[in-house]
Design a protein around this ligand. Sequence first.
Ligand code: NAD
Length: 275
Amino acid sequence: MGKITYDFSDETVIVTGGTSGIGREVARRFGEAGATVIVADIREEPKEDGESAPTHELVEDNGGRAEFVETDVSDPEDVGAVVEAAREFGGVDVMVNNAGIYREASLIETDADAFDQVFAINVRGVFAGCRAAARDMLDRGEPGSIVNTASISSEYAQVGHSMYDASKGAVMMLTRVAALELARHDIRVNAVAPGIIETTFGAGNPDFDRELGDGFILNDAELPDLNAQEIDPEIPMGHMGTPEDLAGSYLFLASDEADYITGHLLYVDGGYQIL
Ligand code: NAD
């Protein structure tokens, strides 16, 4: 059916968590649409298979312009530095706050430090990204667009998800408050809410282990096994999504096609939120 072609030439896009999974495909698509892409991640090598090229090389191989800036989104100084790096290309026009981690444990077993760690990346990281990008856009007197990665978990509670669902609920409200405060400045803030997407997200997440050490792997036996046979029937459309299914919604929300849309949570979930 119909196909939209986007043009982001002359625009600079930062994608946090752009090395792997959803962020990688979002970065690739913005690059394909002509943007200069800055991939901001704690790692340069993709998690997927250890053999794929880093995202900035993938973008360049497709004729785009891209660079990698090592960034830990839980550190607001790092996030400020990546926005500063975008100045070299004229300043950030589109900020995609996508980096996130997942951890699962029952409420009574959840360690408070683990809770803080999920919030530091999933919530403070998005806050820092919104703030740094908005400050830069306002300083330059330029319009802009911010797209955050929320989740079906922003509004859908699941057993064992006290850390993750609370963090994604916060991303939804951050998106709305930022949208309100920035609306008169021509800066739109929206969020994509993915459903269950095939990435290396989830079980045994090394980002979390790296930060907290082995002692914080909670209830490994209960970590979700993204087993398609069990999950697919639960999804109204009958199958998990892919990063390719999602990426277009980021370009749409960032583009002029969405110029009267702000504070919106766009579900891309095969119908999961209907349940
Ligand atoms: P992923 O693990 O494949 O990719 C996440 C990326 O974030 C990785 O490249 C990782 O290195 C990076 N990252 C982790 N901690 C970071 C930090 N402190 N600073 C900078 N980068 C960091 O996961 P994904 O599935 O692509 O997830 C991307 C986003 O989508 C997350 O916010 C996640 O919560 C959200 N999401 C995923 C799903 C899903 O089913 N996969 C569903 C809903 C929402």
